[in-house]
Every structure is written in structure tokens, then in C-alpha cells.
Design a protein around this ligand. Structure first.
Ligand code: C5P
Length: 403
């Protein structure tokens, strides 16, 4: 749970995208956060106070003069309580009020008093004509100039009024990623991380390939964590269903198929990397030849033999090219003599760390959302990480590497 114990103040103004905010509140709470909500009066035309109050488990601050307010100074106490405020959707009207310090309702007064104290994420959402309005753009420029404000650009796509253009609020999952990222200390700012992830696929003929059960979950979790910590990331990945939301300015995703393609992409990026984490399950062998036609069934139930040749060992190659200061991390998945094999692998490939996956622990390894690993360092240190979500394991791996 990346937001355990964090206090998130959600501000909602009166746009149709407000109907998605109850889902964001649920996601924040599932991540361990405590949530309070403040809205404009018009926001409550799109989403009810009952819904917001039930999901957040606290009264909604929408009326400055309501009798329910504890001290009638919620606009001061809520920002004090909060670690971060997110306003979504932010309408053209609210944006302009925020920019000029107009404080005439619960949301705008709360925003105004939060501005000097806490980080604020603002997700504008409106019709594209409203977004393009010079008045809105001027307000946006002003807000960009405020130190604690981060604007989440609206996306392009279908709009509620039936047209298509720029103005869509990003989906709740993306807003959640922005919140987690904003609260993650930027310990990898200015660093470049190279990651390999997923399986490789080695083609046999036009319709078949050799591969393995890797899903890319661990590698993508590591990439996500590096991005949240401020790194620039090159993620070289075999075929996977995994995705990374947001961070598009610092993520370079390089999709590859075979081990040789993965090797080429990793070697091209390695010179600029401060840290390389090789998480991919790379096929050790590939078919000696790729048949140009589909391989036919053998006559008379004859066995079919495949001739395989060795693939490049990407980790070992990067180990040879490694220069002073670069950190190289590999993974190992062993079925016997786990520790001994992992240590030998670390030495042979000139790795600085090796992360041993336990196949014996239920819930660890391929295609699960959880993992259980032991991290060995080339200076002899060892750290056991208990079974946890792969995203949490990713945090522990990075905490171990950058003490
Ligand atoms: O397959 P093996 O157990 O040797 O993998 C250990 C480490 O080496 C992993 O980090 C894996 O990503 C990497 N590796 C590689 N290229 C290969 C085989 C493995 O980079 N051909």
C-alpha cells in the first residue's frame, strides 16, 4: 500500500468528469490513504454528497456557512491536515479563481489557503473550446508559475458534449499514479535507469515461437518505482500485457521480441545508464534456423528434432562493458542450490547485486502479483524481503541498492 497513512484532500468542481471521482476516492483508500473531500456547490449536481461522504468516511466540505462545519474554518484546517491536495476535475471557472486568488466558496478558499503550504495537483477538464479560451490559458500559465502546483494535462479524445478534442480528465488510475508519484521522494532525480523485462520470443517458423512464462510484472513494477523516484527510464521489454500510466516524458519503452533484439537495445542504452536492472527472462537458446514455411507434421509419427544455438547473455555482456560507477543488477530463478548458483552467477556476470526469486514460496515467481526475494550484494551482504506485492518488492530492491 503505497499511500499508507497519507492524508489526501480531494477537491471537486462542477464538470461532468466529477462522476469518476468516487472511483478515485476508493482507489486512494485501497492504497491506504485517508481522504477528505471539498467541492463547489455545482460539483454536487454531478456527484452526490452522500456518495462522497460514504466513500471517504468523513463529512464533505461544500458550504462555507453550513452548521455541520466544526469550527467554520475548514478551509484552514483541511490543508493543514493534508499531505497533498488534488483538484479533479478543475473547471475553467475554478481554474481562473485559483489563479487569481479568488476565494468565494468552499473549494476556492481551501485551494487558496493550501497554495502556500502543500503540494497541489490540478487536473483541468472541460470542453475543448473552453480549454482553448485565452482566459483559461492565461489562468493555466499563472498556475504553472506557482511553486507547489503541478498541472495534469487534459487528454485528447471524445468529450461529453459529443465532440472530440483536448479537454478530457485522465482516468482515475492515472490520477492515482500522479498522487503516488507526487508523494514519492525524488531520490533518483537526474539518474538514468536501464531495465529489461518480460519474456523473449524466439521464432521457429511463421506461426510458432519458443518462449517462457514471464509476464513482465516485476520489471514493470521496478520501472514504475524508478519513475516515481524521478529517474529517466529505458524499459526494454518482451511481449507483455503490462502498462505504465503517466510519466510519458521520462519513460522510453522499447518493445522487442528475440533475445538478440533485447541485447541490441540494452547495449545501445547502457553507456548512459547509472543503473541497469536485468529482470527479463531471456531465452538461453534459439532455433538455429527460422523456417520460412510452417513446419509440417512428420510422416509416420516420426519425432521432430529442433536444433538450437546459444543466445547472447545480455547481463554478462553488460558486465564486460560496465564502467566505474555503473551499478548492474541481475535476477536469478533457481530450482536447486539456489543461493550457491545465484552467487556464482553474480560473479560470472560481474553483477553488483543479484535478486534471487524463490520458487518454493507459494505466491512468488511467474505471473503472480506478489513475490518473495533475497537480495545478495557482491560485497557479501544479504537481505531477505518477505512475500509482498511486486510493487512493494520493487521499493525494497531500490532501497537496498541506494542505501
Ligand atoms: O538465465 P540466468 O539464470 O542466467 O539469468 C540470470 C540473469 O541474467 C537475469 O538477470 C537475466 O535477465 C540475465 N540474462 C541475460 N541474458 C541471457 C540470460 C540471462 O541478460 N541470455
Amino acid at each position: 500500500m503505497s499511500l499508507r497513512g497519507r492524508h489526501i484532500l480531494v477537491g471537486i468542481s462542477g464538470g461532468i468528469a466529477a462522476y469518476k471521482i468516487p472511483e478515485l476516492i476508493r482507489m486512494l483508500i485501497r492504497q491506504g490513504a485517508e481522504v477528505r473531500v471539498t467541492t463547489t456547490r455545482n460539483a454536487l449536481q454531478f456527484v452526490t454528497e452522500t456518495t462522497l461522504q460514504t466513500l471517504s468516511g468523513a463529512p464533505v466540505y461544500s458550504d462555507v456557512f453550513a452548521a455541520i462545519n466544526q469550527h467554520a474554518t475548514e478551509h484552514i484546517s483541511l490543508p493543514e491536515w493534508a499531505d497533498l491536495m488534488i483538484v479533479a476535475p478543475a473547471t475553467a471557472n475554478s481554474l481562473s479563481k485559483f489563479a487569481y486568488g479568488i476565494a468565494d466558496d468552499a473549494l476556492s478558499t481551501t485551494f487558496c489557503s493550501c497554495l502556500a503550504r502543500k503540494p497541489i495537483l490540478v487536473a483541468p477538464a472541460m470542453n475543448d473550446k473552453m480549454w482553448e479560451s485565452p482566459a483559461t490559458q492565461r489562468a493555466i500559465d499563472l498556475l504553472r508559475g506557482y511553486e507547489r502546483v503541478t498541472l495534469i494535462e487534459p487528454a485528447e479524445g471524445p468529450l461529453a458534449c459529443g465532440t472530440s478534442g483536448k479537454g478530457r480528465m485522465p482516468e482515475p488510475e492515472e490520477l492515482l499514479e500522479e498522487v503516488i508519484s507526487a508523494l514519492t521522494p525524488k531520490t533518483l532525480l537526474g539518474r538514468h535507469v536501464l531495465l529489461t523485462a518480460g519474456p523473449t520470443v524466439e521464432r521457429l517458423d511463421p506461426v510458432r515461437y519458443l518462449s517462457n512464462f514471464s509476464t513482465g510484472k516485476m520489471g514493470f513494477a521496478l520501472a514504475r518505482e524508478c519513475l516515481r523516484r524521478g529517474a529517466e527510464v529505458t524499459l526494454v521489454s518482451g511481449p507483455t500485457a503490462e502498462t505504465i500510466l503517466g510519466h510519458s516524458d521520462r519513460l522510453h519503452l522499447v518493445p522487442v521480441g528475440s533475445a538478440r533484439e533485447m541485447c541490441e537495445a540494452a547495449e545501445a542504452d547502457f553507456p548512459r545508464a547509472d543503473l541497469a536492472i536485468l529482470c527479463a527472462a531471456v531465452a538461453d537458446y534459439r532455433p538455429a534456423e527460422i523456417a520460412s514455411e510452417k513446419i509440417k507434421k512428420q510422416p509416420d509419427s516420426q519425432a521432430l528434432s529442433l536444433s538450437l544455438v546459444e543466445n547472447p547473455d545480455i547481463a554478462a555482456r553488460l558486465g564486460e562493458q560496465k564502467r566505474e560507477g555503473q551499478i548492474l543488477v541481475g535476477f536469478a530463478l533457481e530450482t536447486e542450490h539456489e543461493q550457491q548458483n545465484a552467487m556464482q552467477k553474480m560473479a560470472r556476470k560481474r553483477l553488483d547485486y543479484i535478486v534471487l526469486n524463490s520458487l518454493r514460496t507459494p505466491g512468488a515467481g511467474f505471473a503472480t502479483d506478489t513475490n518473495c526475494v533475497t537480495i545478495f550484494s557482491s560485497d557479501g551482504a544479504k537481505k531477505d524481503c518477505p512475500l509482498a506485492q511486486k510493487q512493494t518488492v520493487a521499493q525494497q530492491i531500490l532501497d537496498t541498492i541506494f542505501i
